[in-house]
Design a protein around this ligand. Structure first.
Ligand SMILES: *Cc1c(COP(=O)(O)O)cnc(C)c1O
Length: 368
Protein backbone atom coordinates (compact mmCIF):
# COMPACT_ATOMS: atom_id res chain seq x y z
CA UNK A 1 0.00 0.00 0.00
CA UNK A 2 1.33 3.43 -0.97
CA UNK A 3 0.93 5.78 2.01
CA UNK A 4 0.00 9.08 0.34
CA UNK A 5 -1.63 10.91 3.28
CA UNK A 6 -0.30 14.37 4.12
CA UNK A 7 0.95 13.11 7.46
CA UNK A 8 1.99 10.74 8.70
CA UNK A 9 4.20 10.34 5.66
CA UNK A 10 6.11 7.12 4.91
CA UNK A 11 9.54 6.75 6.54
CA UNK A 12 12.20 6.18 3.84
CA UNK A 13 14.58 3.21 4.04
CA UNK A 14 17.68 5.31 4.85
CA UNK A 15 15.88 6.92 7.80
CA UNK A 16 14.62 3.55 9.08
CA UNK A 17 18.20 2.32 8.96
CA UNK A 18 19.48 5.39 10.82
CA UNK A 19 17.00 4.55 13.59
CA UNK A 20 17.73 0.82 13.74
CA UNK A 21 20.98 0.80 15.72
CA UNK A 22 21.42 -0.06 19.38
CA UNK A 23 19.65 2.27 21.80
CA UNK A 24 21.80 5.10 23.04
CA UNK A 25 21.39 6.91 26.35
CA UNK A 26 20.43 10.57 26.07
CA UNK A 27 22.91 11.74 28.74
CA UNK A 28 26.00 10.76 26.78
CA UNK A 29 28.52 12.67 24.63
CA UNK A 30 27.47 10.37 21.77
CA UNK A 31 23.88 11.62 21.82
CA UNK A 32 24.83 15.21 22.63
CA UNK A 33 26.93 15.35 19.48
CA UNK A 34 23.97 14.22 17.35
CA UNK A 35 21.65 16.64 19.16
CA UNK A 36 24.02 19.55 18.60
CA UNK A 37 24.34 18.71 14.89
CA UNK A 38 20.56 18.49 14.48
CA UNK A 39 19.91 21.82 16.21
CA UNK A 40 22.56 23.60 14.15
CA UNK A 41 21.15 22.16 10.91
CA UNK A 42 17.62 23.22 11.86
CA UNK A 43 18.73 26.73 12.82
CA UNK A 44 20.39 27.07 9.42
CA UNK A 45 17.48 25.58 7.47
CA UNK A 46 14.92 27.76 9.27
CA UNK A 47 17.03 30.92 9.74
CA UNK A 48 16.18 30.82 13.42
CA UNK A 49 17.93 32.25 16.45
CA UNK A 50 17.20 29.12 18.49
CA UNK A 51 15.52 25.75 18.02
CA UNK A 52 13.84 23.64 20.70
CA UNK A 53 12.91 20.00 20.17
CA UNK A 54 10.03 18.60 22.23
CA UNK A 55 8.94 15.03 22.86
CA UNK A 56 5.36 15.45 21.64
CA UNK A 57 3.40 15.70 18.44
CA UNK A 58 2.98 19.10 16.81
CA UNK A 59 0.01 20.03 18.97
CA UNK A 60 2.25 20.06 22.07
CA UNK A 61 4.41 22.74 20.47
CA UNK A 62 1.29 24.70 19.43
CA UNK A 63 0.17 24.63 23.06
CA UNK A 64 3.61 25.61 24.41
CA UNK A 65 3.83 28.50 21.94
CA UNK A 66 0.45 29.86 23.06
CA UNK A 67 1.11 29.52 26.79
CA UNK A 68 4.51 31.24 26.51
CA UNK A 69 4.05 33.88 23.84
CA UNK A 70 0.50 34.97 24.53
CA UNK A 71 0.22 36.52 27.98
CA UNK A 72 -2.95 38.55 27.45
CA UNK A 73 -5.11 37.96 24.40
CA UNK A 74 -4.66 35.95 21.21
CA UNK A 75 -5.74 36.72 17.68
CA UNK A 76 -6.25 33.41 15.88
CA UNK A 77 -6.95 32.64 12.25
CA UNK A 78 -9.29 29.74 11.59
CA UNK A 79 -9.31 28.68 7.94
CA UNK A 80 -9.65 25.00 8.80
CA UNK A 81 -9.39 22.29 11.45
CA UNK A 82 -5.91 23.28 12.60
CA UNK A 83 -6.70 26.97 12.90
CA UNK A 84 -9.70 25.94 14.96
CA UNK A 85 -7.27 24.02 17.18
CA UNK A 86 -5.26 27.20 17.83
CA UNK A 87 -8.46 28.90 18.98
CA UNK A 88 -9.32 25.94 21.22
CA UNK A 89 -5.86 25.98 22.83
CA UNK A 90 -6.09 29.74 23.42
CA UNK A 91 -9.54 29.24 24.99
CA UNK A 92 -8.29 26.40 27.17
CA UNK A 93 -5.68 28.73 28.65
CA UNK A 94 -8.00 31.72 29.11
CA UNK A 95 -6.46 33.82 26.33
CA UNK A 96 -9.89 35.10 25.25
CA UNK A 97 -9.11 34.57 21.56
CA UNK A 98 -10.43 36.83 18.86
CA UNK A 99 -10.90 34.47 15.93
CA UNK A 100 -10.90 35.43 12.26
CA UNK A 101 -12.84 32.70 10.51
CA UNK A 102 -12.69 31.71 6.85
CA UNK A 103 -14.06 29.04 4.55
CA UNK A 104 -11.45 26.28 4.24
CA UNK A 105 -10.63 27.15 0.62
CA UNK A 106 -10.20 30.88 1.25
CA UNK A 107 -6.98 32.63 2.28
CA UNK A 108 -7.35 35.23 5.04
CA UNK A 109 -6.61 38.86 4.24
CA UNK A 110 -3.97 41.13 5.65
CA UNK A 111 -6.66 43.83 5.96
CA UNK A 112 -8.69 41.73 8.40
CA UNK A 113 -5.61 41.23 10.57
CA UNK A 114 -4.82 44.94 10.46
CA UNK A 115 -8.38 45.81 11.51
CA UNK A 116 -8.42 43.28 14.35
CA UNK A 117 -5.11 44.49 15.76
CA UNK A 118 -5.96 48.17 15.40
CA UNK A 119 -9.29 47.75 17.16
CA UNK A 120 -8.01 45.46 19.93
CA UNK A 121 -4.95 46.86 21.71
CA UNK A 122 -5.06 44.02 24.26
CA UNK A 123 -3.94 41.44 21.66
CA UNK A 124 -0.29 40.51 22.29
CA UNK A 125 0.02 37.40 20.08
CA UNK A 126 -1.26 36.23 16.72
CA UNK A 127 -1.38 32.56 15.75
CA UNK A 128 -2.09 31.02 12.36
CA UNK A 129 -1.05 28.25 9.98
CA UNK A 130 1.33 28.69 7.07
CA UNK A 131 -0.33 25.75 5.37
CA UNK A 132 -3.78 24.81 6.69
CA UNK A 133 -3.80 21.06 6.09
CA UNK A 134 -7.59 20.71 6.35
CA UNK A 135 -8.06 22.17 2.86
CA UNK A 136 -4.48 22.24 1.57
CA UNK A 137 -4.59 26.03 1.79
CA UNK A 138 -1.50 28.27 1.73
CA UNK A 139 -2.08 31.33 3.88
CA UNK A 140 -0.38 34.68 3.11
CA UNK A 141 1.61 34.03 6.28
CA UNK A 142 4.62 36.24 5.57
CA UNK A 143 2.44 39.25 4.71
CA UNK A 144 0.29 38.72 7.82
CA UNK A 145 3.39 38.41 10.02
CA UNK A 146 4.93 41.56 8.53
CA UNK A 147 1.72 43.55 8.98
CA UNK A 148 1.29 42.38 12.59
CA UNK A 149 4.84 43.50 13.42
CA UNK A 150 4.33 46.81 11.62
CA UNK A 151 1.25 47.59 13.70
CA UNK A 152 2.56 46.20 16.99
CA UNK A 153 6.35 45.63 16.94
CA UNK A 154 6.36 43.74 20.26
CA UNK A 155 3.58 41.32 19.26
CA UNK A 156 4.45 37.62 19.21
CA UNK A 157 3.84 35.92 15.89
CA UNK A 158 3.16 32.18 16.20
CA UNK A 159 3.14 30.21 12.94
CA UNK A 160 2.09 26.58 12.69
CA UNK A 161 4.38 25.41 9.90
CA UNK A 162 3.76 21.73 10.48
CA UNK A 163 2.98 21.14 6.80
CA UNK A 164 5.21 23.97 5.54
CA UNK A 165 8.52 23.22 7.27
CA UNK A 166 10.66 21.26 4.84
CA UNK A 167 8.16 21.94 2.06
CA UNK A 168 9.21 25.40 0.95
CA UNK A 169 11.59 28.11 2.12
CA UNK A 170 9.86 30.11 4.86
CA UNK A 171 10.59 33.78 5.47
CA UNK A 172 11.03 33.75 9.27
CA UNK A 173 12.04 37.39 9.73
CA UNK A 174 8.71 38.34 11.37
CA UNK A 175 7.91 35.01 12.99
CA UNK A 176 8.74 34.44 16.67
CA UNK A 177 7.69 30.82 17.03
CA UNK A 178 7.69 28.54 14.00
CA UNK A 179 6.23 25.11 14.69
CA UNK A 180 7.09 21.84 12.98
CA UNK A 181 6.38 18.15 13.49
CA UNK A 182 8.36 15.03 12.69
CA UNK A 183 5.72 13.07 10.75
CA UNK A 184 5.24 15.48 7.86
CA UNK A 185 7.95 16.71 5.41
CA UNK A 186 10.80 15.25 7.48
CA UNK A 187 9.28 11.79 6.95
CA UNK A 188 9.89 10.53 10.50
CA UNK A 189 7.66 8.65 12.90
CA UNK A 190 5.31 10.92 14.92
CA UNK A 191 6.45 12.06 18.38
CA UNK A 192 8.87 14.94 17.88
CA UNK A 193 7.90 18.61 17.67
CA UNK A 194 10.16 21.44 16.52
CA UNK A 195 9.99 25.05 17.66
CA UNK A 196 12.16 27.61 15.87
CA UNK A 197 12.42 30.82 17.90
CA UNK A 198 13.30 34.45 17.23
CA UNK A 199 15.52 36.63 19.42
CA UNK A 200 12.39 38.30 20.82
CA UNK A 201 11.10 34.87 21.86
CA UNK A 202 14.33 33.69 23.49
CA UNK A 203 14.70 37.04 25.28
CA UNK A 204 11.28 36.55 26.89
CA UNK A 205 12.12 32.99 27.94
CA UNK A 206 15.45 34.08 29.41
CA UNK A 207 13.80 36.97 31.25
CA UNK A 208 10.87 35.25 32.94
CA UNK A 209 11.63 31.56 33.31
CA UNK A 210 8.79 30.26 31.15
CA UNK A 211 5.37 28.82 31.94
CA UNK A 212 4.30 25.43 33.27
CA UNK A 213 6.45 22.39 33.84
CA UNK A 214 6.82 19.68 31.18
CA UNK A 215 6.34 22.12 28.28
CA UNK A 216 8.34 24.88 29.99
CA UNK A 217 10.27 26.37 27.09
CA UNK A 218 12.69 28.32 29.32
CA UNK A 219 13.76 25.07 31.04
CA UNK A 220 14.15 23.41 27.64
CA UNK A 221 16.06 26.29 26.13
CA UNK A 222 18.50 26.34 29.04
CA UNK A 223 19.19 22.64 28.59
CA UNK A 224 19.18 22.55 24.81
CA UNK A 225 21.74 25.34 24.61
CA UNK A 226 23.97 22.82 26.40
CA UNK A 227 23.13 20.14 23.80
CA UNK A 228 20.82 18.19 26.07
CA UNK A 229 17.10 18.06 26.89
CA UNK A 230 15.21 18.73 30.11
CA UNK A 231 13.52 15.32 30.05
CA UNK A 232 14.35 12.10 28.22
CA UNK A 233 14.95 12.93 24.58
CA UNK A 234 13.25 11.09 21.72
CA UNK A 235 16.70 9.74 20.83
CA UNK A 236 15.57 7.43 18.02
CA UNK A 237 13.54 10.04 16.13
CA UNK A 238 16.36 12.56 16.56
CA UNK A 239 18.78 10.06 15.00
CA UNK A 240 16.35 9.79 12.10
CA UNK A 241 16.09 13.58 11.86
CA UNK A 242 19.89 13.77 11.76
CA UNK A 243 19.86 11.46 8.73
CA UNK A 244 17.12 13.50 7.02
CA UNK A 245 18.82 16.85 7.63
CA UNK A 246 22.11 15.43 6.34
CA UNK A 247 20.25 14.20 3.26
CA UNK A 248 18.71 17.65 2.68
CA UNK A 249 22.08 19.39 3.14
CA UNK A 250 23.76 16.97 0.71
CA UNK A 251 21.04 17.44 -1.88
CA UNK A 252 20.90 21.19 -1.20
CA UNK A 253 17.84 22.75 0.44
CA UNK A 254 17.00 24.67 -2.75
CA UNK A 255 16.94 21.49 -4.80
CA UNK A 256 14.84 19.74 -2.11
CA UNK A 257 12.26 22.55 -2.22
CA UNK A 258 12.40 22.82 -6.02
CA UNK A 259 11.60 19.10 -6.41
CA UNK A 260 8.56 19.53 -4.15
CA UNK A 261 7.42 22.54 -6.16
CA UNK A 262 7.87 20.71 -9.47
CA UNK A 263 5.83 17.70 -8.34
CA UNK A 264 3.15 20.09 -7.08
CA UNK A 265 2.89 22.09 -10.29
CA UNK A 266 2.81 18.96 -12.43
CA UNK A 267 0.24 17.39 -10.10
CA UNK A 268 -2.09 20.40 -10.19
CA UNK A 269 -2.02 20.50 -14.00
CA UNK A 270 -2.59 16.76 -14.29
CA UNK A 271 -5.57 16.75 -11.92
CA UNK A 272 -7.20 19.65 -13.75
CA UNK A 273 -6.54 17.94 -17.08
CA UNK A 274 -8.75 15.03 -15.95
CA UNK A 275 -11.51 17.45 -15.00
CA UNK A 276 -10.93 17.67 -11.27
CA UNK A 277 -11.47 20.79 -9.22
CA UNK A 278 -8.52 22.00 -7.12
CA UNK A 279 -10.14 22.84 -3.78
CA UNK A 280 -8.05 25.64 -2.21
CA UNK A 281 -7.96 29.05 -3.88
CA UNK A 282 -4.30 29.25 -2.88
CA UNK A 283 -2.93 25.69 -2.99
CA UNK A 284 -0.10 24.85 -0.60
CA UNK A 285 2.73 22.76 -2.00
CA UNK A 286 2.50 20.17 0.75
CA UNK A 287 -0.41 18.32 -0.84
CA UNK A 288 -2.71 18.00 -3.84
CA UNK A 289 -6.26 18.69 -2.74
CA UNK A 290 -9.30 18.11 -4.96
CA UNK A 291 -13.00 18.55 -4.33
CA UNK A 292 -15.42 15.92 -5.65
CA UNK A 293 -18.98 14.98 -4.67
CA UNK A 294 -18.01 11.29 -4.90
CA UNK A 295 -14.65 11.70 -3.17
CA UNK A 296 -15.34 8.96 -0.62
CA UNK A 297 -16.10 6.33 -3.30
CA UNK A 298 -13.15 7.41 -5.43
CA UNK A 299 -10.79 7.20 -2.48
CA UNK A 300 -12.10 3.76 -1.54
CA UNK A 301 -11.43 2.51 -5.04
CA UNK A 302 -7.93 4.02 -5.06
CA UNK A 303 -7.17 2.23 -1.83
CA UNK A 304 -8.76 -1.17 -2.44
CA UNK A 305 -7.95 -1.61 -6.11
CA UNK A 306 -4.85 0.49 -6.78
CA UNK A 307 -3.21 0.33 -3.35
CA UNK A 308 -3.08 4.10 -2.88
CA UNK A 309 -3.95 5.44 0.56
CA UNK A 310 -4.83 9.13 0.07
CA UNK A 311 -6.55 11.18 2.76
CA UNK A 312 -10.14 12.42 2.71
CA UNK A 313 -11.37 15.63 4.27
CA UNK A 314 -12.52 16.48 7.78
CA UNK A 315 -15.84 17.57 9.30
CA UNK A 316 -18.34 18.69 6.58
CA UNK A 317 -15.76 17.97 3.88
CA UNK A 318 -14.97 14.46 5.14
CA UNK A 319 -16.42 12.77 2.03
CA UNK A 320 -15.79 15.64 -0.41
CA UNK A 321 -12.03 16.03 -0.49
CA UNK A 322 -9.13 13.89 -1.62
CA UNK A 323 -5.73 14.96 -0.29
CA UNK A 324 -2.57 13.43 -1.75
CA UNK A 325 0.71 14.03 0.08
CA UNK A 326 3.47 15.91 -1.68
CA UNK A 327 5.80 16.51 1.27
CA UNK A 328 9.33 15.24 1.68
CA UNK A 329 10.95 12.71 -0.58
CA UNK A 330 7.84 11.55 -2.42
CA UNK A 331 8.88 10.00 -5.72
CA UNK A 332 7.43 11.54 -8.89
CA UNK A 333 6.27 8.04 -9.85
CA UNK A 334 4.27 7.83 -6.62
CA UNK A 335 2.38 11.02 -7.46
CA UNK A 336 1.97 9.88 -11.07
CA UNK A 337 0.58 6.52 -9.94
CA UNK A 338 -1.78 8.19 -7.43
CA UNK A 339 -3.16 10.45 -10.18
CA UNK A 340 -3.44 7.45 -12.50
CA UNK A 341 -5.38 5.58 -9.81
CA UNK A 342 -7.69 8.55 -9.35
CA UNK A 343 -8.28 8.74 -13.10
CA UNK A 344 -9.15 5.02 -13.16
CA UNK A 345 -11.53 5.58 -10.25
CA UNK A 346 -13.25 8.37 -12.18
CA UNK A 347 -13.79 5.93 -15.06
CA UNK A 348 -15.37 3.36 -12.73
CA UNK A 349 -17.59 6.05 -11.24
CA UNK A 350 -18.73 6.82 -14.79
CA UNK A 351 -17.43 10.36 -14.59
CA UNK A 352 -14.84 10.16 -17.32
CA UNK A 353 -13.43 7.56 -19.73
CA UNK A 354 -9.89 6.57 -18.74
CA UNK A 355 -7.27 7.50 -21.32
CA UNK A 356 -4.16 8.03 -19.22
CA UNK A 357 -4.24 11.82 -19.50
CA UNK A 358 -3.45 12.31 -15.80
CA UNK A 359 -0.10 10.56 -15.70
CA UNK A 360 0.74 11.78 -19.21
CA UNK A 361 0.31 15.44 -18.25
CA UNK A 362 2.13 14.87 -14.97
CA UNK A 363 5.17 13.38 -16.74
CA UNK A 364 5.12 15.98 -19.48
CA UNK A 365 5.21 18.89 -17.04
CA UNK A 366 7.47 17.28 -14.43
CA UNK A 367 10.15 16.37 -16.99
CA UNK A 368 9.79 19.47 -19.12
C1 LIG B 1 -0.42 17.52 11.39
C2 LIG B 1 -0.68 18.91 11.74
C3 LIG B 1 -0.65 19.37 13.08
C4 LIG B 1 -0.23 18.56 14.26
O1 LIG B 1 -0.96 17.50 14.59
P1 LIG B 1 -0.36 16.42 15.60
O2 LIG B 1 -1.31 15.31 15.43
O3 LIG B 1 -0.35 17.01 16.94
O4 LIG B 1 1.03 16.13 15.12
C5 LIG B 1 -0.86 20.71 13.32
N1 LIG B 1 -1.07 21.58 12.34
C6 LIG B 1 -1.10 21.20 11.04
C7 LIG B 1 -1.32 22.24 10.00
C8 LIG B 1 -0.92 19.85 10.71
O5 LIG B 1 -0.94 19.49 9.43
Amino acid sequence: MLLMTPGPTPVPEFIRQAMSGKSIHHRTPEFEEIFMRVRIALKTLLSADEVILLASTGTGAMEAAITHFCRKRALTINAGKFGERLTKIAKAYGKNPLELRYAWDTPPTVEAVRKALTENPDIDAIAFQICESAGGLRLPAEAIAAEAKRIRPDIFVIADAITAMGVEPIETENIDALIGGSQKAFMLPPGLAILALSRQATALLDADGGVGFYFNLATELKNQRKDTTAWTATTTIIQGLDAMLTHIATLGAERFYADTQKRHEAGLEALQAIGLLIYPKAPARSMLTVYHEEAAALRKWMKNRAGVNAAGGQDDLKDKLIRINNMGLVEPMEIAWSINALELALDIAGARVFDGTGSKIFSKIYYR
